[in-house]
Each structure stands twice: as C-alpha cells, then as structure tokens.
Design a protein around this ligand. Structure first.
Ligand code: TPP
Length: 358
C-alpha cells in the first residue's frame, strides 16, 4: 500500500459509486443493506445518549453524530480477533463489535460502572479518557501479538487533537521500528474541543506516517464504503506482516465535544451547515437508492430496529443501579495509603449527612 496523495473516496456526495484504482468494495447486497442498518442504529444510540444526558440520566455524553461512517465502516472491516483500542467517542465501533454491550458505555457515562466490559470478550479495550494513550497500548499489544505469532492486528482510534500528544508520535515510531501489526485510525473531526485544526497542525495528519517510515492514507471519513475498503486493506497488510498504517478519516463532529460544551461559542453556523450537507447517512442511503437496494420495507425495518434499540437503551440506563460508593476506591490499593483512607472517611461522613436528611 502506497502513501496516497489524495482522499480516497468511493461515494460521491450524491451517492454515486466512484471507481478507485486501489480500493474496491466487494460486499454482498445483504451486507450493503446491513451497513445502512448499523449506521442508522448507531445514530439513534447516540441521539438517545444525548437525550438521556439532557434529562439528567447520564452525567455526560460524548456524541459521535456525523462520525458514524468512519466508525461503522472501519469496525466492520476488522476480523473477530483483531483488537480495538478506542478513545471515548467510539460508540459506533463498540456497537458494531459488541452489539448491545454498548450499554456498558452508557453505564460509564452514567457513573453506574467503572467502564464495564470484559475487553477480551469482543476484543475491545476500555475507553481511554486520557488523549492518545491508547495508541501506545495498541502498539504494545500488536508487538506482543507478533512475538506470539498471532495473525491479528491492533487498531488504535484517536482524534486529530490526539496527534499533538507525544504518546501518539511515540506510538508511531515504536510501531514503525518493530513493524507492528497496527492500524492507527485518526478520526479527523476538525476540532479538539474548541481548538480548530488550523491551530493544531500545519500539514495533514496522514503525511506524518511517511516521516516515521510507514504509509499513511487519507480517506473521506463520511464515505462508509471508502472507510471500509481502506481499513480492510490496512488490517490485511498488518496481519500479513506489512507493519503499521496510519489512516486519516476526514469527518466532522456535528454535535458538541461533549454535553458539557457549547460549540456555538467557537464554531460558526455556516461551517456546521457545510458539514451537515455532507453527513454520511443520507449519502449512503442515496447510494442504496441508486443501486436499487433501498426500499420502503428496508427503511421500515431499519427504523423499527432503531426504535427498539433506543427503547432498550433508555430502559436499561434508567434501571442501572447506582454502584456502591466504595467502588471508587475498592481494588485500587492492597494497602491504601493513610491520606486516601482519611479522604475516604471524610467522603463517607459527607454522604451520610444526606442519608440522615432523606
Ligand atoms: C492527556 C489529556 N490531555 C488533555 C485532555 C483534555 N481533553 C479531553 S478531550 C480533548 C480534545 C481531544 O480532541 P481530539 O483528539 O481531536 O478528539 P475528539 O474529542 O475531537 O474526538 C482534550 C484536550 C485529556 N483528556 N487527556
């Protein structure tokens, strides 16, 4: 796989199928329709997460609105034993890999669990809240897998802002030197909270890969077919001993950074309108229509499933039991330091006041 000099795109903005010399999609009609289902369901989970936060059921939510194609397309391209190291916005990746275990993510944002799922079960590690550390975890895992002779790859998901962290550059370098079977998947959604791309970098992310000694590919991140094809090629290459690839998926965060943030303070509505017109689901539906694969029945089935998933998200989140307060400190130290014990006692006394008042 060569360094690309242009964004890989397989779908025009009106859903026309485009030809590409290197990247092609060979998916059955059934799979093409199923991709649509997953895009729609992921969006509904995300909208529901946002609503639940607004109703006080979640403490915070990091929306993936607008990034569904980047997440669904890339996650579907992976094999069952490939190992995913996500950031905190990869609800679509979790849904594709782990189905309704995505509810654990909602539990994390509710404070009902401390991240919640067994990473081995669906080969997906816990969300990384520190920016960029998961890139190092992925490389460590990939190098270990290579030494064990396992034919798998590790995939690190991170944002454009994360590429300003030393951890990510260190991960690139170590992966290159050790020819690690790793795919670095950057969702370039144009903003790192309120910091726009132009204040973060002077050249495209994917070109950095060449400086570290491995290929980088820029892909239209709102084109689910292109994302699928590029990720599939990078993952195959990694498993075949070809080493790392950096994928830069150009997309846009249509929502807030998180529900604690107000993007109208730093982002113009004109910019938002440009990207709303490029959002990925309508474009993919237009492709299905052109290909004769879309029908009222498909739409009805997909929307019915999204409704069911949304209802399940809502009821499960509302029914999640509060964790015991001690979960904050349990299993952290075998012998807790005295300062922590003192703080813990203070917290218990503080909480006890409310019990007494209730
Ligand atoms: C090491 C570290 N530094 C700072 C932060 C605070 N922080 C949270 S999100 C964020 C911006 C991340 O932007 P980007 O990597 O582009 O990802 P996005 O949120 O856009 O998906 C920052 C600086 C953090 N969580 N971890």
């Amino acid at each position: 796989m060569d360094q690309t000099d242009e964004q890989v795109r397989l779908l025009g903005e009106d859903g026309t199928l485009l030809q590409h010399d290197t990247y092609k999609v060979e998916l059955s009609d059934e799979d093409l329709c199923d991709l649509y289902r997953q895009l729609v369901v992921v969006r509904r989970i995300d909208v529901e997460g946002n609503n639940l936060q607004r109703q006080g059921q979640l403490g915070i939510w990091a929306p993936c609105l607008g990034q569904e194609a980047a997440q669904v397309g890339s996650a579907r391209a992976l094999g069952p034993d490939d190992f995913v190291f996500p950031s905190y916005r990869e609800h679509g990746v979790v849904y594709v890999r782990a189905g309704m275990e995505v509810l654990s993510v909602l539990g994390l944002y509710r404070g009902a669990n401390l991240s919640g799922w067994d990473p081995q079960r669906h080969k997906i590690s816990q969300y990384s809240i520190p920016i960029g550390t998961q890139a190092l975890h992925a490389v460590g895992y990939a190098v270990g897998a290579k030494w064990d002779g396992a034919e798998i790859c590790a995939v690190a998901y991170f944002g454009d802002g994360a590429t300003s962290e030393g951890d990510v550059s260190e991960a690139f370098n170590f992966a290159a030197v050790h020819s690690a079977p790793v795919v670095f998947f950057c969702q370039n959604n144009q903003w790192a909270i309120s910091v726009p791309l132009a204040k973060q970098m002077a050249g495209p992310v994917y070109k950095r890969a060449l400086g570290f000694g491995f290929p980088g590919v820029q892909v239209d991140g709102n084109d689910v077919l292109a994302v699928y094809a590029v990720t599939r090629a990078a993952a195959d290459r990694a498993r075949d001993g070809g080493g790392p690839t950096l994928i830069e998926a150009i997309t846009y965060r249509l929502g807030a950074h998180t529900t604690t943030d107000d993007p109208t303070r730093y982002r113009t509505s004109d910019e938002l309108d440009v990207w709303k017109a490029r959002e990925p689901i309508g474009r993919y539906r237009a492709f299905l229509e052109r290909a004769g694969l879309w029908s009222e029945t498909l739409e009805g089935d997909v929307q019915a499933e999204a409704d069911q998933v949304a209802a399940r998200v809502r009821s499960t989140v509302e029914d999640m039991p509060d964790p015991p307060l001690s979960h904050l400190v349990d299993h952290v130290y075998a012998d807790p330091p005295a300062t922590l014990v003192a703080q813990w006692r203070q917290l218990e006394e503080f909480e006890a006041q409310f019990q007494a008042e209730a």
